[in-house]
Design a protein around this ligand. Sequence first.
Ligand code: PLP
Length: 436
Amino acid sequence: MRVYLDYNATTPMAPEVLDAMMPYFSERFANASSIHSEGQRARYAVEGARESVAGLIGAKAGEIVFTSGGTEADNLAIFGVVAADGTARTKTGGASPAPTDTSEGGARESDAASGASGNGARHVITSAIEHSAVLNACQKLERDGVEVTYVGVGADGVVDPEEVRRALRPSTILISIMHANNELGTIQPISAIGEIARESGVAFHTDAVQAAGKLPVDVGRLGVDLLSLSAHKIYGPKGMGALYLRAGTRLHPMFYGGHHERDKRPGTENVAGIVGLGRAAESARALLGKSAELGESAADSTSRIAAMRDRFESTILEMVPQSRVNGDRSRRVANTTNMTFAGAEGESLVIALDLRGVACSSGSACSSGAVEPSHVLTAIGLTPEEGRSSVRFSLGRTTVDAEIDFAVNAVREAVGHLREISPSYRKTAAVPATRR
Ligand code: PLP
C-alpha cells in the first residue's frame, strides 16, 4: 500500500481537469492571440477560465493575470508593486511611524532600517514565515536598497496584525503576508491586516497558494489588492498560476514582450494550462459549497478531512511519546499537520516512512534536501534540533480512513526504529510527551 500525505507539496490533477485540458494540446492548438476562428476559440477558452478563476476568489475576470505558477505570481506582485512605485519618494498620507518593537515575536528589520527612514528608501512589510517565493524576493529587494521588515510570529505560527501596524512607516509601499502557511497550515488574519493596509493606503498582497481550495477566499472580504494562486495545489496542472490584481492597483510587468495579459505578463498564453486552472478553480469552488455541482458541501468535505487529520494527530500523540504538534491547532487549514518527534531526524523519518509506504515531507517541499531547519519552525521558537525532527503530513480530497490507520502505524514504527538507533536519544524518557 502507498499512502500519499504530501498534498501541500502538490496534488494530482483531477480527472475533469485533465479532460478539459486535453483538446488544447491537439486539435485546439491555436494561439489565443490569433484573429482567425481557431485563435478565437482558444481566446474564448482562456477568457472562460479567467471567469472561473475570478469566481473562486470573488474577483472580476479583468483582475486576473495568468502566470507560470505561485512563484511567478508572488514575484510579479512584489517586484511589480515596488517598480510601479518609482524611486525614492515621501508619502504625505498614511500612518505615522512608530518605534520598532524588537521584543519577543517582534519584527526583524533590514540593516538600513533601524529607525524611521529619512533616506527616502521604500519599505516593505512581510512575515518571517512566508514561502521562499516571497522571502527570497524580499531579500533581493533588500539588496536593491529597499527596506524590509520581517514581522515575527509566536509559537502559534500566526502573525499579529498589530505587529504589522507597528511596522508601518510613511515609506511603506507594500505589505505581503501569506494566507495559509504551507508548513503549519496556520491561517493568518488577512482581513484584519487588510483593514490596516487600507487605512494607511498601502498595497496589500497575500500568497493564497495554500489557502485557495481549502478555505473560502474572497478578495473583497479579505481587503487584499493582490493575491497569488497556484494551479497544482488545487488539483490543476503544474507550471500554472494566477495573480489577482485589484482594478486600479499599480503594477509594472517583470517581463517585456507582447501585449498579453493587459501588458502585465507577456508571452503566448499556455491555453491548456489556463483551461486546467480554470476547471480546477470551478471544482474547488464547487467543493467549497458555492455550488452544489459536485454534491458534497464545503462543510462535508472540509470537516471530513479535518476529522481524519485530527484523528491522525491524536492517535500519534497518544501512541508516540515525546511527539507534539506545531503551531495553532484551531486556526489551521483542515488538511495539514506538522509534528515534532524528539530523537527522530526529519529527513531520516521521511525516508523511513517512504520505505514503509507513506509519502510526507520534512519542511516545505520546495526546501526539501536542505539540511537547515525550516525557517518557519525556527520562527515559531523551535530549536534547530527540534526543527530538524519535524515532519509535515498533508491530506487531500481522496484521503480515506484506512490510509490514516496505515500511516499512524508507519509513523509509530519508523519513529521507534529511528530512536532505537539514535545515539543521542535518551530512552530514559521519564519526560512526559510535550503537546501543544
Ligand atoms: N507559495 C506557497 C505558500 C507555496 O506553498 C508554494 C509552493 O509550495 C508556492 C508559493 C510556489 O508555488 P509554485 O509551486 O506554483 O511556484
